[in-house]
Design a protein around this ligand. Sequence first.
Ligand code: SAH
Length: 236
Amino acid sequence: MLALAAAAALACGPVAPGAGGADPARAREEMVAAQIEARGVRDARTLAAMRKVPRHLFVPAALAGDAYADHPLPIGHGQTISQPYIVAFMSQALKVQPENKVLEIGTGSGYQAAVLAELARDVYSIEIVEPLGERARATLTALGYRNVHVRIGDGYRGWPEEAPFDRIVVTAAPVEIPAALVEQLAIGGLMAIPVGDVMQELRILRKTESGLETLETMPVRFVPMVRSPPKPPDRE
Ligand code: SAH
């Protein structure tokens, strides 16, 4: 709560001139126009979600002035919040419907989970770095997102108790598509996943009766999806 208040104060107060500026709502409008619409994202619901979610409240308070800039930002523990365009691109490519149940791997700041929560019925998000997961959960609760469920755990296992999912978004890059995630995707469901080592390819996939079909690809750079050592069962 305190961190949120500080971030809000900073964003509304006399911040250094930067991409965030002093008016978050205006900075968001500019972000959507210049970085997202201009690059071809046209889906009305995706654009509305990007205009609504207060990204400056998901980044460390000291970086709030840069929250609407055209690049990823550090969020601590060696992790990053993705560039706004990537969040919008993935959200649009997944064609998220209001009744969908979505699984996200890599909660990070919780920002993409909030964007997805604007588009879907429920979002189940897994984060392996406990303090990040805790902070994201607190941010999402403070903002009133009651349809986002955060679990601290290993995304390679997915969230079997809640499967099948209509959509799966992976925001850290594995070298190969984790089998559990394919299993937990509904037939006809869509998955967005960056695959690879240093050079990665973002794949938009559809699950059919006969396997995965690739719909679209784009070169990207995400943090690696790490493997956790064996440990006690996941906690919610
Ligand atoms: N979606 C995030 C961006 C996340 S960056 C946002 O909007 O802010 C990728 C995140 O994936 C990091 O927080 C990292 O800790 C997490 N991660 C990496 N490997 C993971 C794994 N095996 N399971 C779950 N989360 C993982």
